[in-house]
Design a protein around this ligand. Sequence first.
Ligand code: HEM
Length: 495
Amino acid sequence: MNIILILVLFLAAFIIVKLFILPYKLHKKYKKYGQGQFVPILGEILEFQQNLQKNQDMEYSLKHQLDKDPYQKVYVTNIGPYIKLRIFEPEIIRDFFQNQHNYKKFEFFTGNLMRFVNGIITAEGQDWKSSRKLFSQAFHFDYIQKLAPLIEKSTNTIIDEIIAKNELQNFNSITCMQELTGRVVIASFFGESLENERLKGRTIVETLSYILNALARQTGTLIYLIFGKKFFQLGLTKHSREINQLIEEFNSFLQNKIASKIEEIQNDIKQNGNTSNFSILAQLVSTSQIDQISRQQLFEDFKAFYLAGMDTTGHLLGMTMYYLTQYKDVYSKLQQEIDTNQDQSIQCISQLPYLNAVIKESLRYYGPANILFDRIATSDHVIGGIPIKKGMIITPFAISMHRNQNIFENPHAYNPSRWLDKKISEINSFSYIPFSSGQRNCIGQHLAQMQTKIILNKFIKKFNFSCPENYKLVMAFKFLSEPVDPLCLKLTLRQ
Ligand code: HEM
């Protein structure tokens, strides 16, 4: 009995030291570099919940972090027992990117998604290096430009579907744009959007969204906080067994699809000397680089492109459409630029100055990836004069930096015209990082920007947008931060 009591006391003491005392001490040490809050176990999750309740926006305190003191260096918080430094000062961010070898991505919140997607976004070391090298050419702007006709075709199809299904009065901008950007990633990879392919009655986009949403929901549960991904991996509930089985079926379906597409392109090249297929796969096959990557890795990388490209670009488009309904002067200026432009080539659309400014401003004001993945320090080092201890979490918070009044005048205003002012070119290149920076920056940024321009150009030409007056925007995290109530706009056809 006494031994059991001693063991229980010992365990309790261990938990108290590990979860409360040591993190609290470390937190106190780092608070001298900036501001911060320590909440045992819950950490920043509590802050997000408070933001939601008080301000209807889970990211509110992050956006207003620098309002009172724009010279702050860091904010110190915690995730469970881990101490986390949010960094938002350009010089510290620069040092962070120069120290990439001292970090790896912290798996806690992404671990469950990684059960399904294990490609270039989460890879480290040599695996990441070889994927990045291989795909760099296919994502180069010169090659990406050739994908413009595919993007135009997918956009026209979606527009026809919206009209045919009579969705004009109830246009769910984010869901619809994610459907479109999902098809664009698939089309960019395969050379066609595979809209007619079905797995258990669902299209590829629907299946991928279903799986990714289910995994994101699992991650948001208390069970995940306590037991981690293992609980769901083991399939201890009926629903998690169903998801695990769907993942397996989808993986083998997709592997077959990739193999048959490669064969088709190879046959095309054998018979005709070249291929009419313009896609990432065709680029790899026609330059014989396809043999430098295993089929398994190729398929994991495709899912990584899908995960990284669909949600982000879909959000950017859906939210930009919403901002246009809220900022009428911005909307009419953009409409005028698009209406008076005669040349519909991608070269010309890419250069439209106000369209460009609107996208840049949306990426600043609401960048879908303005909080980078958490990194965990793999060794002791120093950034911006701050000594970083192995095991700490360091995360660039562009969301706070992009609202710094010392960098952007009147930062809480949505004002695309700021990007037309010559003064903006003087800002430090680490002050604006919607696509991150350094060697692990966004490989798909040219594709994202090009498709955003093509899609907005077409939608603005075709429709007028408005937002129901009683709609209240409340933003919360799922995988990215997004509206809690569906963002349903009203569209009317333009003459
Ligand atoms: C508006 C749209 C997009 C935004 C704002 C965005 C932003 C970002 C950011 C901030 C990162 C760095 C994440 C981190 O290291 O923590 C990133 C990485 C990445 N993005 Fe994007 N992205 C967008 C669209 C796309 C598209 C369309 C694709 C491809 C189809 C893509 C593929 C990737 C990949 C593969 C990575 C990981 C790169 C690596 O680790 O080497 N992204 N993105």
